[in-house]
Design a protein around this ligand. Sequence first.
Ligand code: OGA
Ligand code: MN
Length: 315
Amino acid sequence: MSPNLLGAQEPSHKANPSTLSLRCLKGCIGAEVQDIHLGASLPEGAFAWLRDALDRQGLLLFRGQSLSPDELIEFSRKFGPLQEVAQKHYQMAGKPEIYIIGNAQEGGQRVADKSVGRLWHSDQSFIQCPAMGSLLYGFQCPAEGADTLFANMFMAYDALPEETKQRIEGLHAVHSFARYYELLRERDPSQPPLTPERRVAYPDVVHPLVRKHPRTGRKALYINPAYATRIVELDEPESRALLDALFEFQVRDDFVYRHKWQDGDVLFWQNVGLNHKGTAFDEARYTRRMHRTTVAALPDDYARSLLEPEGRLAS
Ligand code: OGA
Ligand code: MN
C-alpha cells in the first residue's frame, strides 16, 4: 500500500477478524475496500472497521456489488439513521431513503435526477446539521463521461499557507440552498421551480470555514462553490476574493481523485473532508442509473466538528 496521506493504515478494530483490506486510491484521497459483499450479512465488527476506515480515508470504494434497494438501505443504516434529500422529485416510490440519479426514463418519463451535483459541493452544507455522508451505487454506468470527482478538504487545509490558515480560522460562510437552486435551474430549465414550502424549509445557514472531523479531530476546509455565497465577517469584495481563491486552491490536482464508474461500484463518502462533483456525459448515447442513500450525522457530531464552542455560532 502506498503511504497513506490521511495518516490511516488498516483500521485498528480487532473485532473483525475477516479478510477485509484497504487499497489506496490515487494519492490516498480515498481507499478501495476489497473482498467484501455489502449485501451479505456481515459480522458486526465489520461495520466498526468500515466506520473507522471511512473516518480516516473520507472516501471508500466497493467494486463488484449487486444490491437490491432494500440491501442498500440496510447496509447504509448500519452507519446511522437515513435521511431524505432536499429534492423530492426522484425518490424511489415507497422507499424515500433512496434517491435515483441519472438520466433513465420509463414510459417516456424521466425517473432519475440528471442534474445532481454538477458544481463542487459538500452534500447538505445548506442545512445546519449536514448529513454525515452519502452512498452512491452505480449499476448502469456510461462507458465514458459521468465521472465523479472528489477533492480532499483535509489535504487542502493542510496545504494552505500558515497565514491563510490564521486568517480563515474564526470566519464563517453563508450556505444557501435557494441560491443553488437558481443556479441549477439556469443550467437545467426542466427542473421544477423551488416551491415556497421548500424555500421556507431550507433557509440560509452559516458554517465555519474550517471544521474538524468529529472523531479524528483532523481539520478540513468546509466551503464549496455550490452553496457558500459569502463570508459573514468580510465585506462583499473581500469575501468574494477570498472565496474564489479558496475555491480554486482546494481543487488543485493533488487533492482530487476522479472516479470512473464501473457497473457495481458503491462509493461511500463523508461530508466533512470531501467535496465532490459530477461531470457530463453523452446523454443521447448512454443511460446512467444510480441509487443514493444519505446517512445523518449523530446529534453531537456538528458540535464536535467546531473549533470553537458551539455557542459562538449563534447568529
Ligand atoms: C451525489 C452527487 C454526483 C454524481 O450523489 O451527491 O453529487 O456524479 N453525485 O452523480
Ligand atoms: Mn453530492
